[in-house]
Write a protein that binds this ligand. Structure first.
Ligand SMILES: CC(C)(COP(=O)(O)OP(=O)(O)OC[C@H]1O[C@@H](n2cnc3c(N)ncnc32)[C@H](O)[C@@H]1OP(=O)(O)O)[C@@H](O)C(=O)NCCC(=O)NCCS
Length: 158
């Protein structure tokens, strides 16, 4: 079950930090966005934040699944839930970003319908003090992707 965390409820910080090692940035996202959690057997095993960025545009940030439960479709379930939530809230565009090294994330987001829009070169060098490595590659550039909700419609809708 995926539900919205209401103000004051416990945030799954350990999961949020899996997707972003900066506690400062995660705190900002939590304050500005809506945090959704995936619970199974009363355990929180997945999370994402929906962050309004511009009029009509929302960004999915900090999507993460507990490592013990990864690779079984839960990441896709979270991303598709985020897209549906954005659509129901009336947004026109959903954005998502990942590091140049995020091979699995790039696969997942494109399978969910996102297209690449731009590369923010040196993003991770500008915003993080320590070097970050993933898949044996240094994370330096941000790959930005977006999904135009006016071009897609939920199955069964007009
Ligand atoms: C990214 C993350 C949320 C994915 O969650 P997950 O539960 O492991 O993902 P899923 O099991 O739903 O797999 C997602 C899809 O990616 C596909 N995929 C993964 N690696 C792939 C590859 N190398 N090539 C092709 N497809 C690939 C899977 O096949 C699956 O698609 P399918 O359902 O059509 O088969 C999870 O790995 C995670 O929490 N990572 C750490 C935090 C993080 O980096 N978050 C993203 C920040 S940008």
């Amino acid at each position: 079950m995926i539900t919205l965390i209401e103000n004051g409820e416990d945030l799954p910080m350990h999961l949020l930090l899996l997707a972003d090692p900066s506690e400062r940035l995660v705190d900002q996202y939590v304050r500005r966005g809506e945090c959704y959690v995936l619970e199974e057997n009363r355990q929180t095993i997945g999370v994402y934040i929906l962050l309004p960025t511009r009029p009509d545009t929302v960004e999915i940030v900090n999507v993460a699944v507990d490592p013990a439960y990864q690779g079984q479709g839960r990441g896709k379930k979270l991303v598709l839930h985020a897209i549906e939530t954005a659509r129901q809230q009336g947004y026109h565009t959903v954005e998502i970003g990942t590091g140049n090294s995020g091979v699995q994330q790039l696969a997942l987001y494109q399978k969910c319908g996102f297209r690449m829009t731009s590369i923010d070169r040196d993003f991770f060098l500008r915003h993080y003090d320590e070097p970050i490595m993933e898949n044996g590659i240094q994370v330096v550039d941000m790959v930005r992707l977006s999904l135009d909700l006016s071009q897609t419609s939920k199955e069964g809708e007009k």
